[in-house]
Design a protein around this ligand. Structure first.
Ligand code: SF4
Length: 304
C-alpha cells in the first residue's frame, strides 16, 4: 500500500495535481485524496485550486462540473464509465420541451445532471444548498426542478414554493425503504436517523434529520449522540467514523451502494496520473452557458 501511495505522491508532484474525492468513494480513495467532500465542497475546491491537474474521484457529472469551473485545468476521471443514472434521466431536449410547457418558469437543476442540461438551466444546486438557492429567488415564479423528484419534493416542502418536479431519482437512494428505517429504529431506539433528501418520501417522513453528506459530517461534529442510523450511500460512514470515531454508525441497509462510485480504484488513480486519462472536456459553448448556473450554485452557500 505504502508503495502505491508513494507513487501517487510522486506523480502528483510531477503533474502538479490535486486529488478530489466524493464522500461516497471507497475508503482507501477517500484516504489518499487531498480533499474529500460533497458536491458543493468539491465544486468550490475545483474552482479555486491552483493545481494544473484535477483527478476527480467520483462520477462523470462531477468531473464535468470541475472542467466547467476550471476550463484551463486538465480534469481527469480515473474510470471513464463511472456515470450517474440519475443524471441520465433527463436530456437537454427533454428540458427544452419542459421549458416550452412552462414559459417564464425558473429552471433549477441539481448538480447531478449533464453539462448540456446545466446549460439549459438558470440555477444549479447541490443537496446542501438547494433550499438556500430557492429561498434566494424573490417573487413567486414557478420553478422547474430537474432531475431528482425526491430532492425537488423536499425543497418544495421546506420552502412552500410552486415546484414542477421531473420524475428522475437516484437508483441507490431509492433502495433504502421505510421498512429498513423502522427495523433499524426498533433495534437501536436511541439512534438519530440521518437521511439524505434523495431518499423517498416515506423514508424522509420517518427520519430525524434530512441532510446532505457534508451536512451529516457537520451534524455529528455538533451532536453528542452515541448512535446514528445512516440512510445514504454507505461510503459516507468511512468519513463519519474518521470525523467522530466514538459514535456508532448503522447503515439503514447494506444495499445502499452506488456501483459507479465504487469503480474508482488506487490502480486507476495511478494510471490517470501517469497517462493523463480519462480527460473530461466540455465544449466551450456548452461550458460557458452551464457556467452561469454553476457560478450561482457556488455563490449561494447553505444557511446552516
Ligand atoms: S449515489 Fe445516486 S445520484 Fe449519486 S452518483 Fe450514484 S446514482 Fe448518481
Amino acid at each position: 500500500m505504502d508503495r502505491f501511495l508513494e507513487k501517487i505522491r510522486r506523480l502528483k508532484k510531477e503533474r502538479n495535481a490535486v486529488i478530489l474525492a466524493h464522500n461516497y468513494q471507497p475508503g482507501e480513495i477517500q484516504d489518499l485524496a487531498d480533499f474529500c467532500g460533497d458536491s458543493l465542497g468539491l465544486s468550490i475546491e475545483a474552482s479555486k485550486t491552483d493545481a494544473d491537474v484535477i483527478v476527480f474521484c467520483g462520477v462523470r457529472f462531477m468531473a464535468e462540473t470541475a472542467a466547467i469551473l476550471s476550463p484551463d485545468k486538465i480534469v481527469l476521471l480515473p474510470e471513464k464509465t463511472a456515470g450517474c443514472p440519475m443524471a441520465d434521466m433527463i436530456t437537454a431536449e427533454q428540458l427544452r420541451q419542459l421549458k416550452a410547457k412552462f414559459p417564464g418558469a425558473i429552471v433549477i437543476c441539481y448538480v447531478n445532471s449533464t453539462a448540456e442540461v446545466k446549460a439549459e438551466s438558470d440555477y444549479c444546486c447541490t443537496s446542501s444548498n438547494a433550499i438556500a438557492v430557492v429561498n434566494s429567488l424573490t417573487g413567486d415564479k414557478k420553478i422547474l426542478f430537474v432531475p431528482d423528484r425526491n430532492l425537488g419534493a423536499f425543497v418544495a416542502e421546506r420552502t412552500g414554493r410552486d415546484i414542477e418536479l421531473w420524475p428522475g431519482y437516484c437508483t441507490t437512494h431509492v433502495c433504502i425503504t421505510e421498512d429498513d428505517i423502522r427495523r433499524a429504529k426498533q433495534k437501536y431506539p436511541d439512534a438519530v436517523v440521518m437521511s439524505h433528501p434523495e431518499c423517498t418520501e416515506p423514508v424522509r417522513k420517518i427520519s430525524d434529520e434530512l441532510l446532505s453528506t457534508g451536512q451529516m459530517l457537520k451534524f455529528v461534529r455538533k451532536r453528542s449522540a452515541k448512535r446514528y442510523i445512516v440512510a445514504t450511500e454507505k461510503g459516507i460512514i468511512h468519513a463519519l467514523k474518521k470525523e467522530n470515531p466514538d459514535a456508532e454508525y448503522i447503515p439503514a441497509t447494506e444495499r445502499a451502494i452506488c456501483p459507479n462510485m465504487k469503480k474508482i480504484t488506487i490502480d486507476k488513480v495511478i494510471r490517470a496520473l501517469e497517462e493523463l486519462k480519462e480527460r473530461i472536456v466540455v465544449d466551450a459553448e456548452t461550458g460557458a452557458r452551464a457556467r452561469k448556473a454553476l457560478d450561482r450554485m457556488v455563490e449561494i452557500l447553505p444557511t446552516d
